[in-house]
Design a protein around this ligand. Structure first.
Ligand SMILES: Cc1ncc(COP(=O)(O)O)c(C=O)c1O
Length: 560
């Protein structure tokens, strides 16, 4: 039977047959060859609101918050979800998040101002950041927010002075740097000593000792954030362990009973879902995993010699990258295991009373907004380039590699693994040129595609049912050679070609999936490009413009 079965993770009940692997029931669907978002035809949206266009689903945002809310069922204390505004802080999105029952994490006075304007109360807001200025601290203290997350002892003294001056008591939570490594992108690691965030546990104890009776500071909690797009759920066990150890030590050493612990964000989104890369045969997959686990390749010779050689760095990086983009686990199951261990520790140490009255905080950004946002982009230009000139040497390299891979796969080891394997062999002499598509969405609105080589699945919005089996080089509109949908350095950190239906022509609308987080939030006017419009499909099915496209005037608004 053709198609894919999907199980709704929230209700765990509905099972539906989907035609495309990237479809998400009741949200992202392919009907009559057309991409639909919440039952609205994507192409119609691009026609009405222009392109490029970010489209968000209110229903999906609510679904994602409900999914995170399930964490409450596996811990035996209250849960406070604080959406990380940095992922996207458009006002309508903030309001939708608030209405869905989430509180908010902000990172600057600007985000705090937006939070208050969007209707969040002070006790619904927490404030992170490494370089808070006095005016920002004043705003936070005045607004009596739930917690200012403190990044250093120096900052704590600033908060104390500010609260004293204002005649208020500030709620604070100390951000720890717990030395937990996660296999995410290096730029998304935030819990290592080499990262710029947080305080050493010793410094935190010094702070508790010094300020425990302070009339200006209410030392309410401890906080950590391991990193974003964490591929393995067990980092949350480590994180809870560390938070609990600190909770216990603070109590023993200073008598302070903390009222909350904050586990940060970092739950992953499966960016590879729907990628139709060829699967490795099971045997080869297993062998590859074994090799990666052992850390070396073992070759056995007929004379009995066994030689171990190191794994090429690219293999290791490629495997880690794949795992990161395809990470997919339920936040409640990650926390359930972690919580059980915390409970066991608490009863071992006779410290169960420290859990009574405790609130657990989460700060998810990506897992709320990433898959709720799609970027529609139109092909604006097309060209054909011969591949032979540039790739004679690459071609012979390719041929040699193909041979080597073939040989190895005959030995049961297929090296051409990975989400970026296109299935096309440009070593085929019949293929002499490649087709380029130039879209209107570049790294000005998807910066992470350039800085982190972040992968966004690309599908045709108007031929969503067609086979996506023709290779194209895809690039954005910027006058910048790095504005391409592949890794220009040739290091394979993005697919070299994108697979789309045959004969894509200018005017065809394409959709980049899972684009809601850290995309528009980092957008810029580079090359004089207008910041795009945004639409949200409301729960009643109506598309609502939630951000106007910039105009000429916006380009010079603040220039004097
Ligand atoms: C302190 C803090 N909390 C929460 C988040 C949100 O992380 P994510 O979007 O991965 O859930 C971040 C982003 O990296 C962060 O730095």
């Amino acid at each position: 039977m053709d198609g894919f079965y999907l199980v709704d993770v929230v209700s765990k009940t509905t099972i539906q047959l989907m035609k495309q692997p990237w479809e998400i029931q009741d949200f992202l669907t392919s009907e009559n060859g057309q991409l639909h978002i919440d039952d609205v035809k994507a192409v119609e949206l691009a026609k009405e609101f222009g392109s490029p266009l970010f489209v968000f689903s209110e229903g999906r945002i609510k679904h994602n918050i409900a999914r995170l809310r399930r964490v409450e069922t596996v811990i035996d204390c209250p849960l406070k979800i604080c959406y990380a505004a940095k992922a996207l802080s458009n006002m309508a999105i903030l309001r939708a998040v608030r209405e869905a029952g989430s509180d908010l994490e902000v990172n600057s006075g600007g985000e705090l101002w937006k939070a208050l304007k969007a209707g969040f109360r002070g006790d619904q807001i927490i404030f992170n950041g490494t370089s808070k200025e006095v005016w920002e601290i004043e705003m936070a203290v005045e607004a009596e927010i739930y917690a200012i997350q403190v990044d250093s002892l120096y900052e704590l003294s600033l908060i104390s002075d500010t609260a004293k001056r204002l005649g208020k008591r500030a709620n604070v939570s100390l951000r720890l740097v717990p030395e937990i490594e996660t296999n995410t992108h290096s730029g998304l690691q935030t819990a290592l000593l080499t990262s710029k965030f947080g305080m050493m546990p010793d410094e935190a104890f010094a702070a508790f000792r010094e300020y425990k009776d302070s009339p200006e500071l209410n030392l309410a909690g401890v906080h950590l954030h391991i990193g974003s797009q964490n591929p393995e759920p067990d980092v949350y066990t480590e994180a809870l362990e560390i938070l609990f150890a600190n909770l216990l030590l603070v109590y023993k050493e200073t008598g302070v009973k903390l009222s909350h612990i904050n586990l940060g964000g970092g739950f992953p989104v499966n960016y590879s879902r729907g990628n139709t890369y060829p699967e490795l045969p099971e045997k080869a997959q297993k062998e590859m995993e074994d090799i990666l686990e052992k850390g070396y390749i073992e070759s056995k010779y007929s004379d009995g010699r066994v030689i171990r050689s190191p794994i090429p760095k690219e293999w290791v990086e490629s495997a880690a990258r794949e795992k990161m983009f395809a990470a997919d686990y339920e936040p409640d199951s990650a926390i359930a295991d972690a919580w059980k261990q915390l409970r066991a520790k608490a009863s071992e140490t006779g410290a169960e009373e420290l859990i009574d009255g405790l609130t657990v905080l989460l700060e998810p950004g990506r897992s709320i907004i990433a898959d709720a946002g799609i970027c529609l982009t139109t092909v604006r230009n097309i060209k054909e380039r011969p591949i032979s000139n540039i790739s004679d040497s690459m071609k012979s390299y390719g041929e040699a590699k193909l041979e080597a891979d073939k040989e190895k796969s005959e030995n049961g080891l297929n090296l051409s693994f990975g989400m970026y394997a296109t299935g096309f062999s440009f070593t085929d002499p019949a293929i002499t040129s490649e087709r380029w598509l130039l879209t209107d969405a570049g790294f000005n609105i998807l910066l992470s595609m350039e800085t982190y080589k972040w992968y966004y699945q690309l599908v045709s919005a108007q031929r969503s049912d067609a086979d996506h089996d023709s290779p194209y080089k895809v690039a954005g509109p910027l006058c910048d050679g790095g504005d391409v949908y592949f890794d220009i350095e040739g290091e394979g950190r993005l697919p070299d070609h994108r697979s789309l239906p045959e004969d894509v022509q200018p005017g065809e609308v394409l959709a980049l999936l899972n684009c809601g987080a850290y995309s528009f939030a980092q957008a810029m006017e580079y090359n004089g490009r207008f910041l795009p419009a945004m639409v949200m499909i409301k729960e009643n099915g109506d598309p609502e413009l939630i951000r106007k496209r910039d105009t000429f005037e916006d380009l010079i608004r603040n220039d004097l």
